[in-house]
Design a protein around this ligand. Structure first.
Ligand code: ADP
Ligand code: ASP
Ligand code: MG
Length: 633
C-alpha cells in the first residue's frame, strides 16, 4: 500500500470541529487504500500563547525550557486527532517526535533533523493504524561519537517547523507524496493578507519556492522545501476546507541520497562559472524614483540581456548602479549607459558636502562570475563566509557580490576564473563535473534542482514582502582580498544570516588606502548583535590593521522593506527588471538597494512603502486574479 504523509497546520486543527473534519478527511484517504502518517501542528495560536506565557515569567527564558514548553502544543493536537479518528472507527495512534525517533542536532529552538527511525511507524501502519505524529519536535541522540551515552533532550525545529517534520518523514518512509493542508487554497502569487486578489499557482519549482519561502511567503517552511528538493519528494500544498487540487511543488527527479544526516547534507551542490561577462558601472547617478527604470528600460529596448544588477547604498544624494552583461554586449551596454547619463540628471546630483557630482560610466570587460549553488545554504551563514575566505586565501579580490537564498555569486578578474573554480570545488567538496559553465554551455542551464520543461507564461511566478529586515552598511572599508571574508565570517560566528550583500563600485582613497562601502541586510532581530560584532572588528585597539579600518563607519537603517519577484521564466525575459523598476517608479517609490539572481529580483525600499511596492509589482506582472482569497481567522 502506498504511504502518504499529510500535514495539517494550526488553523486546520484550531477547534474541536476542525479536528473532527480533519479526521474525516484522513479516513477518506485511508478508505481509498492508502497507509497514512499524519503530522499536526499545535491548535490555532497555541504556540504564540505559550511564548507569551513564558515571557510573563522570564524576559530571557532558557532555550531548553522553551523547547520543553512549546513541544506540548503539538502533543495536545496529536492526542485529540487520534481520539477523533478512533471515534470514527478508524484505528489510530499518536506519537511524539521522541517516540518516533526523530533525532535532531542538540541545538534548542532551531534543531536540524539528523535521522528518523521508521520501524515503529512501519509496524503501526502494518497493524492498519493511522500514525499521528507531533510536528515541529524531535529528540537529541543518546549516543556520543565515542560510544558513551548522554541524556536525551527534547528539541524543536524552529517556528513553522511542522512542514519540515512532514517532508522529512515522507523522505524517511519513502512515501509516495507529502500533502500540506493549510488555511489557503495553495501557494499564491502573493500573501493574500496583503493582496486579496492573489491567485493560486498550479505549480512552482522547488528553487522558486525556496526563494519565496525565505522571502516571507510563510506558507511553507524553507527547510521543508530544501528536503523535498534534495530527496525528490512530491509535495502538494492544499486547502483543509475544500477538495481543490492546490499547488504542486516540483522537485527534480529523485536521486539516491543517504538518509543519514538528513538535514545536514552538503550545503553546496555545484560551483558555476561564467567567463563571458562584462561589467558596466554607473557612478553618482541621482537618488530618485525612476532612475533604475529609465536605465534598464533603455537597456531592454536595445535587447541587451542583463545578468546581475546591484545598486549600492547612497552617498549624499547619489547612487551607484552596476550590472553585468554578456561580454560581447558590454560596449553596447556601456554606450547606452553613457548616452542616458545626462537624461538621468546626473549633473544635478550633489554630494553630501553639497558639491556638484559628475556621473560616470566605467566598463570592464575583463571579469568572470563564479557562484556557489545549493539549497542547504539556507540558515547557514558560514557558507557564504567560507566562499569569501576561500577566494581571499588564494589572493583573489572580489568585485561584486550578490547573494540570494540558494546562490552566492562574486565577480572576479577573468584571469583568476579557472583557479577560483578549482579552489571552490575543493573547499565545498564538489567534484569538478558538478561545476557548470553557463557562459560556455549551450542550451538549458544546468542549475541543480531546476525543473526543466516548466515554461510559465509569465516570467514572474510570485512576489513577496519581507518587513523583517534591517540594513547595515560599513562605509569606507579597506578594499583588499579578505575583507568580505572577515566581515561575513564574523557574522557567521554569531549565527547571523545575511541576505542582500552589496559592495559599492565607487572606490575612495583615504590616506592612501583604497576603500569601498559594503552594505547588506539582516533580520531586524539580529541587527544589534551584528552591529556590536562589527564595531568590535572595526575598533582599532591593538589591531595591526588599525590604520586601514580607522576611517570606516557603521550605519544602521531599520525602517526598510524588501520586495522581491521570483520566477524561473526571468531567464528568458530580459525586460523583467526594468518592468519591476518602472512599476515602483510609477508609484514614486525610491529604490534603496537592488540585488538580482537568475530567478529573483529584490529591491529594498522604505518600510512605509513596502505594501504599496508589493501591490505595484504584483499588478505589473499580471498576477492578480478576479477571485478574492478568504483567509479564515
Ligand atoms: P499553517 O498553520 O497551516 O502551517 P501558516 O500560517 O504557517 O499555516 O501558513 C499559511 C499562511 O501563509 C496563509 O494563511 C497566508 O496568510 C500566508 N502566506 C504568505 N505568503 C503566502 C503565499 N505566497 N501563498 C499562500 N499563503 C501565504
Ligand atoms: N506550532 C509551531 C509554530 O507555531 C510549528 C508549526 O506550526 O509548524 O511555529
Ligand atoms: Mg506553517
Amino acid at each position: 500500500m502506498a504511504i502518504i504523509v499529510q500535514k495539517y497546520g494550526g488553523t486546520s486543527v484550531g477547534t474541536v470541529e476542525r479536528i473532527q473534519a480533519v479526521a474525516h478527511r484522513v479516513q477518506k484517504t485511508v478508505l481509498a487504500g492508502n497507509s497514512l502518517v499524519v503530522v499536526v501542528s499545535a491548535m490555532g495560536k497555541t504556540t504564540d500563547d505559550l511564548v507569551k506565557l513564558a515571557k510573563e515569567i522570564s524576559t530571557n527564558p532558557s532555550r531548553r525550557e522553551m523547547d520543553m514548553l512549546l513541544s506540548t502544543g503539538e502533543q495536545v493536537s496529536i492526542a485529540l486527532l487520534s481520539m477523533a479518528l478512533q471515534e470514527l472507527g478508524q484505528p489510530a495512534i499518536s506519537l511524539t517526535g521522541a517516540q518516533v525517533g526523530i533525532v535532531t542536532e542538540a541545538k534548542h529552538s532551531r534543531a536540524r533533523i539528523l535521522e528518523i527511525s521508521t520501524e515503529r511507524i512501519a509496524s503501526h501502519l502494518d497493524e492498519g493504524k493511522v500514525v499521528v505524529v507531533a510536528g515541529f519536535q524531535g529528540v537529541t541522540s543518546s549516543a556520543l561519537p565515542g560510544g558513551s551515552q548522554v541524556t536525551r533532550e527534547i528539541t524543536t525545529l524552529g517556528r513553522g517547523g511542522s512542514d519540515t517534520s512532514a517532508v522529512a518523514l515522507a523522505a524517511a518512509l519513502e512515501a509516495c507524496c507529502c500533502e500540506i493542508y493549510t488555511d489557503v487554497p495553495g501557494i499564491l502569487t502573493a500573501d493574500p493578507r496583503l493582496i486579496p486578489d492573489a491567485q493560486v499557482m498550479a505549480e512552482i519549482t522547488c528553487d522558486e519556492m525556496l526563494e519565496l519561502a525565505s522571502l516571507g511567503a510563510k506558507v511553507l517552511h524553507p527547510r521543508a522545501v530544501e528536503i523535498a528538493r534534495n530527496y525528490g519528494i512530491t509535495l502538494v500544498v492544499k486547502s483543509s476546507w475544500t477538495d481543490e487540487a492546490g499547488t504542486k511543488v516540483i522537485s527534480p527527479s529523485p536521486c539516491a541520497r543517504s538518509l543519514e544526516g538528513l538535514e545536514l547534507v552538503h550545503p553546496v551542490d555545484a560551483v558555476e562559472f561564467d567567463a563571458d561577462q562584462g561589467k558596466v558601472s554607473m557612478l553618482r547617478v541621482p537618488d530618485r524614483p525612476g532612475v533604475a527604470a529609465e536605465l534598464f528600460g533603455e537597456i531592454g529596448r536595445q535587447d541587451i540581456d542583463v545578468d546581475l544588477i546591484i545598486q549600492s547604498i547612497h552617498e549624499g544624494n547619489t547612487n551607484d548602479i552596476a550590472f553585468t552583461v554578456a561580454s560581447n554586449a558590454a560596449s553596447r551596454a556601456s554606450s547606452v549607459a553613457t548616452a542616458i547619463l545626462p537624461a538621468l540628471g546626473s549633473s544635478q546630483a550633489r554630494s553630501q558636502a553639497g558639491a556638484r557630482e559628475r556621473g560616470e560610466v566605467i566598463a570592464d570587460n575583463n571579469i568572470a562570475k563564479v557562484s556557489i549553488v545549493g539549497a542547504g545554504m539556507i540558515g547557514r551563514p558560514g557558507v557564504a563566509a567560507q566562499m569569501f575566505a576561500t577566494l581571499a586565501d588564494a589572493g583573489i579580490n572580489i568585485g561584486m557580490i550578490s547573494a540570494s537564498e540558494i546562490k552566492v555569486s562574486c565577480t572576479i578578474a577573468a584571469q583568476e576564473g579557472d583557479r577560483a573554480v578549482e579552489i571552490l570545488c575543493q573547499a565545498f567538496d564538489v567534484s569538478s563535473h558538478q561545476a557548470t559553465f553557463p557562459g560556455r554551455a549551450v542550451g538549458t542551464s544546468a542549475l541543480p534542482g531546476r525543473a526543466v520543461g516548466t515554461s510559465p507564461e509569465t516570467p514572474v511566478r510570485g512576489v513577496a514582502l519581507d518587513k523583517n529586515q534591517a540594513r547595515l552598511a560599513i562605509l569606507s572599508v579597506p578594499d583588499r582580498p579578505g575583507i568580505a571574508a572577515q566581515i561575513f565570517g564574523l557574522l557567521a560566528q554569531h549565527q547571523i544570516s545575511v541576505d542582500i550583500i552589496i559592495q559599492s563600485q565607487r572606490c575612495r582613497v583615504i590616506n592612501g588606502v583604497p576603500t569601498r562601502d559594503i552594505a547588506f541586510t539582516v533580520a531586524q532581530s539580529q541587527v544589534e548583535v551584528a552591529r556590536l560584532a562589527l564595531e568590535e572588528l572595526r575598533s582599532v585597539r591593538g589591531r595591526p590593521e588599525k590604520s586601514e579600518w580607522g576611517y570606516s563607519e557603521i550605519v544602521v537603517r531599520r525602517a526598510i522593506a524588501k520586495v522581491s519577484a521570483v520566477g524561473i521564466g526571468m531567464v528568458k525575459h530580459p525586460g523583467v527588471a526594468a518592468q519591476m523598476f518602472a512599476a515602483l517608479a510609477a508609484q514614486q517609490i525610491n529604490i534603496e538597494m537592488i540585488a538580482t539572481s537568475e530567478i529573483k529580483i529584490s529591491c529594498v525600499v522604505a518600510e512605509a512603502e513596502g505594501v504599496k511596492a508589493l501591490q505595484a509589482i504584483h499588478a505589473v506582472f499580471g498576477l492578480a486574479g478576479g477571485q478574492t482569497i478568504m483567509v479564515p481567522p
